[in-house]
Write a protein that binds this ligand. Structure first.
Ligand SMILES: NC(=O)c1ccc[n+]([C@@H]2O[C@H](COP(=O)([O-])OP(=O)(O)OC[C@H]3O[C@@H](n4cnc5c(N)ncnc54)[C@H](OP(=O)(O)O)[C@@H]3O)[C@@H](O)[C@H]2O)c1
Length: 356
């Protein structure tokens, strides 16, 4: 598909746009190392005992795995965010300490069978003491491996974001299988982009738009996640009388390319506008959910080494792809450090607010 117009000026322009899109879509890689708090070029060791933020907390990641991954500096965004950055040097908030340390807390993760979602389940099992509902389309194919996470705290449940009945029934299944009517964290991780070869997306031009692919992208990237928030929000309510209960959190995994003001290249139509819609939905629900003691944020994970980004890896600078465990640690650090001023915002993996 990419080479169809090769040899023509249009083909060259399309190829150039495609390569630039691949770079931009996956975070405009630069050679500069990212320094969150280090003033030297030393690699950031992901010490899972400390959560990698230099803070000591009994509820940060507890495996002894380390990584010497050095992320590039996050790119500057075009436009200005109305939100302030989340400072990852801050100690975890009281809400975070409460959520993470509570054995009765429940965290729901979509897209849990692979990629960022799978890593999120592992990280939550280490950073929190609660129970994790790992949602995927084919639970029978999800093997619970005790060497990866304590299976006694992880329950696998079916969820297909294109099938509303699996969304509607999740609340009842959590109540039946876990014997609880509460959810403390919902991580909407599942999403699709397409590979541009076996799928119509990501589309580089109007001519490539395909209605059923747009429907599918919208269903999985925004409609399904929002309907899931609708289904679980009643379980996430904090009692008005008991304000000592930690706030709950909705995390919608979005993408920088969903930013309208930052869109300097075009292309990737349905993926872009599905994520733009997800960002708008996040801000809208944040206003409403704040009243019930729930925060909602959208996060751009950075270009992470998963199946989703694999078709475009050759366009990413060597050594710049984020290991999923790094990405997930960053997302969890953002949640642990965010406060009421951040709910509704879109943040990159370093905590920088991205303009809508
Ligand atoms: N990786 C990156 O560089 C990157 C960059 C920016 C944003 N993101 C975002 O990060 C999120 C996770 O991406 P990833 O890189 O981990 O992707 P991935 O490895 O391709 O995993 C995608 C997950 O979504 C699930 N999924 C697909 N269709 C579904 C459906 N109809 N119902 C329920 N689950 C479904 C997949 O399940 P199956 O195995 O059943 O298909 C899989 O678990 C996505 O929202 C993506 O847009 C990723």
């Amino acid at each position: 598909m990419l080479m169809r117009k090769s040899g023509t000026l249009a083909g060259v322009m399309e190829l150039t746009l495609f390569l630039r899109m691949a770079r931009t879509g996956f975070g405009m890689m630069t050679a500069l190392p990212y320094h969150r708090r280090l003033m030297t070029n030393a690699p950031i060791a992901i010490n899972h005992n400390s959560g990698g933020s230099g803070l000591t907390s009994s509820f940060r990641l507890q495996s002894s795995t380390t990584s010497s991954f050095v992320p590039p500096d996050p790119p500057a965004s075009k436009g200005t965010s109305v939100f302030s950055d989340v400072d990852l040097n801050m100690a975890p908030t009281a809400d975070a300490e409460g959520r993470n340390g509570d054995e009765d807390a429940v965290f729901v993760v979509t897209g849990a069978n692979r990629g960022i979602g799978f890593e999120m389940v592992k990280a939550l099992a280490c950073r929190t003491k609660g129970r994790i509902v790992a949602c995927c389309r084919k639970p029978a194919e999800f093997s619970l491996d005790d060497s990866l996470f304590p299976s006694s705290r992880v329950t696998v449940m079916e969820l297909d974001l294109e099938r509303q009945e699996t969304i509607d029934s999740l609340k009842d299944r959590i109540e039946e299988e876990l014997g609880t009517d509460r959810v403390d964290g919902l991580f909407n991780v599942a999403g699709i982009l397409g590979d541009g070869k076996t799928t119509p997306g990501p589309e580089r031009s109007l001519a490539m738009l395909n209605r059923s692919w747009i429907d599918k992208t919208m269903a999985i990237n925004v409609i399904g996640p929002v309907m899931l928030v609708q289904a679980l929000a009643p379980m996430m309510k904090r009692s008005r009388k008991d304000t000592s209960t930690p706030r709950s959190i909705v995390v919608n995994v979005s993408a920088r390319v969903g930013s309208i003001s930052d869109n300097g290249l075009g292309g990737w139509y349905s993926y872009r506008f599905s994520k733009s819609a997800l960002n708008q939905a996040t801000r809208t629900m944040a206003h409403e959910l704040k009243r019930q003691g729930t925060y909602a944020i959208a996060v751009h994970p950075g270009t992470t080494e998963t199946d989703l980004s694999r078709p475009f890896h050759s366009n990413v600078k060597k050594g710049s792809l984020f290991p999923p465990e790094f990405t997930v640690k960053q997302i969890l650090d953002i949640i642990d450090c965010m406060n009421a001023t951040h709910t509704g915002g879109l943040y990159d993996w370093s905590g920088k607010a991205i303009p809508f």
